[in-house]
Design a protein around this ligand. Structure first.
Ligand code: C2O
Ligand code: CU
Ligand code: CU
Length: 514
């Protein structure tokens, strides 16, 4: 197998897809210490990347707190071909570099690792072929490499990448194996938005440290089931994060990169939040909200105009208290109390008075009648069983795809995420399993969807106006999405993005059939 020239190996992978029995098994064998390749599908010619990055998962030290450095695992990136500005480093060193690419660029990433256990990288929210999606079955161990080759498809937006091995995603992401993947598209933007130093990525996470500034992960079996909650907020890997800004407008790109913490984002002084984008890029028009719910893996883009504030003034981005009906906290701060996320000080004047654009872009609205199952949405029910949460009563099986987990390529489907059943509806309440119902941020691989309906909403602050790849469903709620399965057959994941739920098996494969 390893003697095949790269182009035939690619074709081989593209044909095999998933679930072709013994052949699929052979495909896995390709990357045990050797190279596996993935490109945009059946292209017969060699993949000619515009940019090539070598990305290594490796132990490192970061400046997360004053004093001793913190041991982390992170990605070291190097641009080996193309524009060196493709990677921007995070000052704390606690996270991987931020990718900056444009729609249409062909990207090759060569992943290697010396963290001493299996890992694989997933490009969260991007529409990529199966072989470039970072399924746990593609994980590499020490000495192995995985080669990703894909073309960056729209929409422009704030995506991210993170480790995605079986059962180890939570801990690897917690230790730092994550970063942003920002896609720009000059043709798509009809609005003039703050750029360069005024376009600020903010990765919000919670952590727990010991007395020597070292990361503490799960400390109890209960926490392993319910999800890690820390007691310190870090932004871009730094505790007590403070941003110094000029008196002018900014674009903030906020990623909730936490394992299980949900934020109810608001300005401390009560100013409304101006949302301009969600998981899959800009909204059509800005939306003002008193606060915004942001679950793990979700992104929100904000327009923030500091032009109204005097030099020397200060404000904070906070998480307002909310009722999360979450079980006891074990060691960390529970879900839902008030938290300060970061302080912002206005420290210099600026002449820039760019106004908030009235229109940002256009979005093709899906209609429910376009879905092939419009009358009968696919039901994805959060269920509880003895050792934790499951999906429709099933937990993850590496190669398992149930008969009802197939989707036809080229179709649009309605999926209903149901977190009402576990909240007491069907005799699966807390008494029986010894667990309280919990929030579940559901995520579907392969691209973006639209949230078209919610039932039983208990929390306002959802932004459903734009493209999404993760949807928060609180206990008692349901959310219905429309998703189009375009052009890449193969086996992809859908799962809860509470990373401890995911690691415990609240994840399933679905297969896109030709
Ligand atoms: Cu961001 Cu399958 O995950
Ligand atoms: Cu994903
Ligand atoms: Cu969950």
């Amino acid at each position: 197998m390893s003697s095949l020239p790269p182009s035939s190996r690619r074709r081989f992978l593209a044909q095999v897809g998933w679930g072709a029995g013994a052949l699929a098994g052979a495909a896995w064998g390709l990357h045990g210490g050797r190279r596996a390749r993935a490109d945009a599908g059946s292209r017969a010619t060699a993949f000619d990347p515009d940019v090539e990055v070598s990305l290594k998962a490796t132990p490192s030290k970061a400046r997360m707190l004053p004093g001793d450095p913190t041991d982390v695992w992170t990605f070291q990136g190097r641009v080996v071909r193309g524009d060196p500005r493709t990677l921007e480093h995070i000052p704390s060193g606690a996270l991987g570099p931020t990718f900056r690419v444009r729609t249409g660029q062909r990207v090759r990433v060569v992943l290697s690792s010396d963290v001493g256990e299996e890992t694989i990288v997933h490009w969260h929210g991007l529409h990529v072929p199966w072989a470039a999606d970072g399924h746990p079955s593609q994980a590499i161990a020490g000495g192995g490499q995985y080669v990703y080759e894909f073309e960056v498809k729209g929409p422009a937006g704030t995506y991210w990448y993170h480790a995605h091995p079986d059962r180890r995603t939570g801990e690897q992401v917690y230790r730092g194996l994550a970063g942003l993947f920002i896609v720009d598209d000059p043709r798509e933007s009809i609005a003039e938005l703050p750029a360069g130093a005024f376009d600020i990525p903010l990765i919000v996470q919670d952590r727990r440290f010991d007395a020597r500034n070292q990361l503490v992960y799960l400390t109890s079996p209960m926490e392993r089931m319910t999800g890690f909650l820390g007691d310190r907020i870090v932004v871009n890997g730094e505790a007590d994060f403070r941003l110094r800004v000029a008196r002018r407008p900014y674009r903030f790109r906020v990623l909730n990169g936490s394992n299980s913490r949900i934020y109810r984002l608001a300005w401390a002084d009560g100013a409304p939040i101006t949302v301009i984008g969600t998981d899959g890029g800009l909204l059509e028009t800005p939306v003002r909200k008193p606060y915004v719910m942001l679950a793990p893996a979700e992104r929100i883009e904000l327009w923030v105009d500091f032009g109204e504030r005097p030099v020397g003034s200060e404000t904070s981005l906070v998480s307002q208290p909310f009722d999360a009906t979450t079980p006891m906290a074990t060691g960390g701060v529970p879900q839902g109390p008030p938290l300060t996320i970061m302080r912002v000080s206005v420290d210099r004047p600026s002449a820039d008075r760019t106004p908030l654009p009235a229109r940002l872009r256009s979005i093709t609205r899906y209609r429910s009648t376009e879905a092939i199952n419009a009358d009968n949405p696919r039901k994805i029910v959060a269920t509880m069983q003895h050792m934790g949460f499951a999906i429709n009563g099933r937990t993850f099986e590496m190669n398992g795809v149930a008969p009802d987990e197939h989707v036809k390529m080229g179709t649009m489907e309605a999926w209903e995420f149901d977190n009402a059943a576990s909240a007491g509806g069907r005799g699966m309440g807390m008494g029986m399993m010894g667990m309280a119902p919990m929030p579940h941020p559901f995520h579907v691989h392969t691209g973006q969807f639209q949230v078209v309906r919610r039932d039983g909403v208990t929390h306002a602050g959802y932004v459903d106006e734009g493209w999404k790849d993760t949807v928060l469903v609180m206990p008692g709620e349901k959310a219905t999405i429309l998703m189009r399965f375009l052009d890449y057959p193969g086996t992809y994941l859908y799962h809860c993005h509470n990373l401890e739920h995911e690691d415990a098996g609240m994840m399933r494969n679905f297969r896109i059939d030709r």
